[in-house]
Design a protein around this ligand. Structure first.
Ligand SMILES: *Cc1c(COP(=O)(O)O)cnc(C)c1O
Length: 391
């Protein structure tokens, strides 16, 4: 019977220390949260700027519900394309200095939709080995040939570009900030290779939107290479404190996606309140740049503190701090000990990261106070000693 087979399989997963459980959060997403009835310092959220519970976003969502109701009622192509979607897409177009933009219900939808709409059998996709699961799934769905290059390794990428027959279309796709390591893709070198070998470029700014760039538009903005990238993707659910995602680029790209991206066509448009939230978030990002600055200051403080205690931090270049532990069991035990002491840092293990590189993924927010971060560091020191992770 199905449930017997699944019980056996789940037991095996548990034996390998890879069992995943949901944790229940009560109340809003703040710098501290109530988890299983206890207040803990939250160091595992992508709500980097602390916008998820921002009054301006909440107000915008409430107004949109009052004016437009709760649902868009249908696919955007049927009768679900509303004024507020158009306003948001115009705003995102300006934010990304693009010709046009399109909102998807999530970053997962965006990546699988874009890649499978653009690429097909006979085409080749060049994908960084640490790209997000939604990119991997988009590649699979496209049925194009996929060549995986070693993480951030432009020499390997060039070898693959040289050794792959020049048939069909070519796409190089990469995260800008890698979600589990916090490092940044070598985008300038990738753009140069794309130019030399006639490949299109797609950049996923899920963890960079609101975090990188003078206006928070991402790593591409920071590097000044906006016009060199064919397909810009970013999410509205991380630093922007809401939900959903956008794709930006040429008018032709967006029209093609409206016609061919199945995860856009065959799904209900995002609710008006979600669009309104994103609009309000873009306003806050534009008018409260101190949040971005505070996020980076908090990340620097936490990174330095963790290193001084004796933890090994992977080579991050963002507010994502990978505290490398190694074994999955040890990582999860340490995460649990931290939690018991009032600090919530998520343990990350295979298959999300390679075997032997299990880690605590520690992410501060702009809204953490120095006292909260100091308390967290003291807890990291105590738990690390107890678990033999620190000498
Ligand atoms: C989170 C994430 C996504 C998916 O975005 P959702 O809106 O959460 O579905 C895509 N790509 C990267 C790199 C991400 O980190």
């Amino acid at each position: 019977m199905l449930k017997d087979i699944l019980t056996t399989r789940l037991h095996e997963v548990e034996q390998r220390g890879l069992y995943r459980r949901l944790r229940l959060v009560s109340g809003a997403q703040e710098s501290t949260i109530v988890l299983n009835g206890r207040e803990v310092v939250l160091l595992s959220s992508n709500n980097y700027l602390g916008l998820a519970n921002h009054p301006a976003l909440k107000h915008a969502a409430q107004e949109a519900i009052a004016q437009f109701g709760c649902s868009s009622g249908a696919s955007r192509l049927i009768s679900g394309h509303m004024d507020i979607h158009r306003v948001l897409e115009e705003k995102l177009t300006a934010f990304k200095h693009a010709e046009a933009a399109l909102v998807f219900p999530s970053g997962y939808h965006a990546n699988i939709g874009v890649i499978s709409a653009l690429m097909g059998p006979g085409d080749t996709i060049f994908s960084d080995e640490l790209n997000h699961a939604s990119i991997i799934d988009g590649c699979r769905l496209s049925r194009a040939t996929v060549r995986i290059f070693r993480h951030g390794d432009v020499d390997h990428l060039e070898q693959l570009l040289t050794s792959t027959p020049q048939t069909g279309n070519r796409l190089i796709v990469t995260d800008s900030v890698f979600s589990m390591d916090g490092d940044v893709a070598p985008l300038k070198a990738i753009v140069a290779l794309a130019h030399r070998y006639q490949a299109w470029t797609m950049v996923d700014e899920a963890h960079a939107t609101g975090v990188f760039g003078p206006h928070g538009a991402g790593v591409v903005e920071e590097l000044g290479i906006t016009q060199d990238i064919d397909i810009h993707m970013g999410t509205l659910g991380k630093a922007l404190g809401g939900s959903g995602a956008y794709v930006a680029g040429s008018r032709a790209l967006i029209e093609w996606l409206i016609n061919r991206a199945r995860s856009f066509i065959y799904t209900t448009g995002v609710p008006p309140a979600v669009a309104a939230t994103a609009l309000a978030a873009l306003e806050v990002v534009a008018h409260e740049p101190e949040r971005q600055r505070q996020l980076w200051e908090n990340a620097a403080f936490l990174q330095q503190g963790l290193s001084e205690i004796g933890y090994t931090i992977g080579p991050t270049r963002s507010p994502i701090l990978p505290v490398i532990i190694g074994s999955a069991e040890k990582t999860m035990a340490l995460a649990e000990a931290l939690l018991q002491r009032g600090v919530f840092a998520q343990g990350i293990r295979p298959p999300t990261v390679p075997q032997g590189s299990s880690r605590l993924r520690v992410t501060p927010m702009a809204t953490h106070t120095r006292e909260q971060l100091t308390q967290a560091l003291e807890t990291f020191a105590a738990a690390g000693k107890e678990f033999g992770v620190l000498s």
